[in-house]
Design a protein around this ligand. Structure first.
Ligand SMILES: [Zn+2]
Length: 91
């Protein structure tokens, strides 16, 4: 029995297990790619495009920035597990 596959974010990537792709859009006027999808107007200041094609983006690229969200150790140490198996803050 296989588990049903469901995307964490609908429409952001393909569900192909072998070669998944991010799904973006490409401006029909200037060819600029967008991720997440752009569908209202092209953000290229030299373009007045308002039409886009949905495209599968390349599987390789360069990471320009990222965010790592963490919980403070101080807050984590204040959490204890109650007898009802739910998390509560210490007083
Ligand atoms: Zn454009």
């Amino acid at each position: 029995m296989t588990k049903p596959v469901a995307p964490a974010l609908e429409g952001w990537f393909t569900l192909d297990a072998e070669k998944p792709h991010l799904i973006g859009t490409q401006c029909k006027s200037c060819g600029t790619y967008y991720f997440p999808k752009q569908s209202v107007f092209c953000k290229n200041p030299d373009c007045n495009g308002e039409a886009f094609d949905e495209v599968q983006l390349s599987r390789t690229g360069k990471v320009w920035s990222f965010t790592n969200a963490c919980m403070s150790l101080r807050i984590r140490s204040c959490l204890t597990r109650s007898s009802q198996s739910s998390w509560k803050r210490k007083r």
